[in-house]
Write a protein of this length. Structure first.
Length: 287
């Protein structure tokens, strides 16, 4: 059966996010400090992808690696920001809180696309943004005084970085390959982290978890980064709801981390609003 471009995009986004869902659990299981974790989590998947590109491109490696040009460099910056903000979010709040903020990617990408690509926002999108903002404030209010508010803010910044990356890929079109820019983002993240960590020591168990991140971090984001070539950035962002729903379940199942009542209520509300909005927009685009 031959898939349409839209079906290819949906399949890539689904596969990428499903691979990503255990990532928060693996991060929780690693015993490294923040910057050591960020260093190895960026370096090893980055090197893996670098060699994959070298084998694939061979003699055309240089041309292939810099195919995306200035847009690729811009995307690398957003990748670096997303890498750092996500780890800082998980270090400072519940997994559920961080992933709820990441679930705002489709709405944030719609706003960014409206500002920079002039893609129109209709009343349904405006309403969804306002309702989700109210839920975010509700979760923030619950975090005040508990020490989690900083992690929630880093979660928002993560969503902003991811949404910006998706819009950049969408704006560049199918002729540009952004996998090398993702690799550069990972390598530069590792370089930044290397200046802040206190030791390069790592246990064999932690190293085994890091190698699992080749799949949850590297392979998953290759799929996610190819998806906007076939579908819109907000549509790709919709699939991050799977991570919001399944990520905390993985963590609860293995290490019994239970989020607050307000986080559960706010998360359910945001997932419901974004699902209804995305379903409406997809139906509208097919009419």
């Amino acid at each position: 059966m031959r898939l349409s471009n839209h079906q290819k995009g949906l399949l890539l986004a689904f596969a990428g996010v499903m691979l990503l869902t255990p990532d928060s659990l693996i991060i929780r299981l690693v015993t490294l400090d923040t910057w050591s974790l960020l260093f190895y989590r960026s370096l090893i998947p980055g090197i893996f992808l670098f060699f994959c590109i070298a084998i694939y491109a061979r003699k055309n490696f240089i041309k292939f690696f810099f195919n995306a040009g200035k847009m690729g460099f811009l995307n690398s910056i957003f990748i670096i920001c997303g890498n750092i903000f996500f780890i800082l979010a998980l270090e400072n709040t519940y997994v559920a809180n961080a992933l709820v903020m990441v679930s705002l990617v489709p709405l944030l990408s719609a706003v960014i696309a409206y500002i920079f690509l002039r893609e129109e926002l209709d009343r349904a999108t405006y309403a969804a943004i306002l309702l989700c903002l109210a839920a975010v404030v509700f979760i923030f209010y619950d975090s005040i005084g508990t020490g989690r508010i900083l992690g929630d803010i880093f979660g928002i910044l993560t969503a902003l970085a991811v949404a910006s990356s998706l819009v950049v890929i969408r704006a560049a079109g199918a002729q540009k390959n952004f996998v090398p820019s993702y690799v550069m983002g990972k390598i530069f993240t590792a370089l930044i982290a290397s200046t802040l960590l206190t030791s390069f020591a790592i246990s064999s168990l932690d190293l085994s978890y890091i190698f699992l991140m080749i799949f949850t971090v590297a392979v998953s984001f290759i799929f996610i980064m190819f998806a906007p070539r076939f579908i819109s950035a907000p549509e790709v962002g919709l699939f991050f709801l799977l991570e919001t729903a399944l990520g905390p379940i993985w963590v609860w199942w293995v290490i019994k981390e239970i989020p607050s009542h307000n986080t559960i209520v706010g998360a359910a509300f945001i997932i419901f609003i974004i699902f209804i909005h995305s379903f409406y927009m997809l139906k509208k685009s097919n009419d």
